[in-house]
Design a protein around this ligand. Structure first.
Ligand SMILES: *Cc1c(COP(=O)(O)O)cnc(C)c1O
Length: 442
């Protein structure tokens, strides 16, 4: 199962293992030709010793990602790419004296959510793959909130690349909407009359649409894109290494989950040999995954609007990758546990996090904190638990501020974005409407 450096590693479709691509091609294609998702054909072996001397994110990223790019045209550029992409920190804030509970803050990037990591990696990689004279590339991205902003920020003003962002009208927070629509230039923001699942379906349909082939070179920047997902394994690697070096014990993570990209990235890091013990998936009332683990029946369903809106996903696309890794409910149950949290519980957890730890959590992070509280006491006491903080609370000020009774300071990065004018177009949730936009001359 292990690959040595230099031996090319290919990526197979989650549906048909015989259709395999190299690293750069898989990034550009986004979705495999048969509609499946790219997964590595085999796993490089990256135990703790493989990271000796690597302490900062770019160094960990270079070691972790090099085997995946081996043999590809991008291989010699990996160091440059990770230096450009991982240029902001992911600090771990310790909540208890014994360091058994901490919060991993993934919101210090340009749009204050963890999606900046994957989006910036993808943009840095694409910029090095496109020859100057190539036809313009269109990046299609469906977003339930944070993805679109992170992708737009990462690709804004990159030559030869156009970004089309689709978000569900009225279903993202006001601040998120401003972050999705403040770009202009090479970024088009589409407010779709539908849900996130509709936006996601439109993107998939556009990719498979024969009439669009040859008209526009499409790529995706959703978490279905390998180039978003693999770099997310980096902060799990760096955090588990930090904990292991300090305590000689593996780290366990509680991950606020929607489309399951962040969760899959954690399992991939574990599969490569990083010191990771348990993974708990914290969902809001969109409970397809917790129900699957409980009943063994996969029942995707329409998404429900909740306070943790970036996780309002009824039919998570990365379930296919999760099942590619752990086929069947029994296998998956051995690898992860999952729980569903209500809006009332989210509010209560935001308040108790503030009172008990002086922490201000966004609604997504609060679902993780709630999921941790529900673990058996012994399990909590025996683990090195890390709650993954996926967004800055200022992005959800209208929810958080009334609960804690004080203002949430806005980070400078966000304040800068909000000063820009909004550009946005409303469309029906139909492929015909999206085609119309895609056919406009850039
Ligand atoms: C996207 C997002 C999530 C869900 O992550 P997935 O990878 O889709 O499971 C959680 N919290 C925030 C703030 C997000 O933006």
């Amino acid at each position: 199962m292990s690959a040595s450096l230099g031996e090319p590693l290919r990526f197979a479709s989650s549906r048909d293992a015989s259709a395999a691509s190299g690293f750069g091609a898989a990034l550009l294609q986004g979705l495999a030709p048969d509609g499946g998702l790219y997964v590595p054909e085999r796993w490089p072996s990256l135990p703790v010793e493989a990271f000796e001397g690597a302490t900062h994110l770019p160094a960990v990223a270079a070691r972790l990602l090099a085997p995946f790019a081996a043999g590809d045209a991008l291989a010699p550029r990996v160091n440059e790419i990770v230096t450009e992409a991982f240029n902001f920190p992911a600090p771990r804030v310790v909540l208890t004296d014994d360091d058994r509970l901490s919060v991993l803050e993934l919101f210090h990037g340009p749009t204050a959510a963890f999606k900046d990591f994957g989006a910036r990696f993808l943009a840095a990689a694409f910029a090095r793959m496109r020859p100057q004279d190539a036809a313009p590339l269109t990046i299609l991205v469906a977003t339930s909130g944070d993805t679109g902003g992170a992708v737009a920020a990462a690709f804004h003003q990159r030559a030869g690349i156009r970004v089309v962002v689709l978000f569900p009208r009225g279903l993202v927070s006001p601040l998120q909407e401003r972050q999705l629509t403040c770009w202009g230039g090479n970024v088009r923001s589409l407010s779709v009359r539908g849900t996130f699942d509709d936006c996601q379906r439109l993107v998939k349909e556009a990719f498979l649409d024969e009439s669009l082939k040859g008209e526009a070179t499409l790529s995706s920047a959703n978490s279905i894109n390998l180039g978003r997902l693999l770099p997310q394994a980096v902060y799990y690697a760096a955090t588990s290494l930090e904990i292991f070096r300090k305590h000689g014990e593996p780290a366990s993570f509680v991950v606020p989950s929607g489309n399951l990209g962040n969760a899959v990235a954690c399992l991939w890091a574990k599969r490569m040999g990083l010191p990771i013990a348990d993974l708990v998936l914290a969902h809001n009332r969109n409970r397809a995954v917790p129900d699957y683990l409980a009943t063994g029946q996969w029942r995707p369903r329409p998404s429900i609007a909740t306070l943790a809106s970036a996780m309002d996903v009824g039919d998570p696309s990365n379930m296919e990758r999760l099942l590619a890794l752990h086929p069947g409910p029994g296998d998956l149950r051995a690898a992860v546990s999952a729980t569903s949290v209500t809006d009332e519980e989210i509010r209560a957890r935001i308040l108790s996090g503030y009172r008990r730890y002086g922490q201000i959590w966004c609604p997504h992070t609060a679902t993780a904190a709630e999921a941790w509280e529900r673990l058996p006491k012994l399990k909590r006491a025996a683990g090195r638990w890390v709650l993954v903080a996926t967004a800055h609370p200022a992005k959800f000020a209208e929810i958080v501020e009334p609960v804690i009774g004080r203002a949430v300071p806005v980070p400078a990065s966000l304040a800068k974005l909000f000063a820009r004018p909004a550009h946005c177009q409303e469309i029906d949730s139909s492929l015909a409407a999206l085609r119309g936009v895609l056919r406009e001359k850039v």
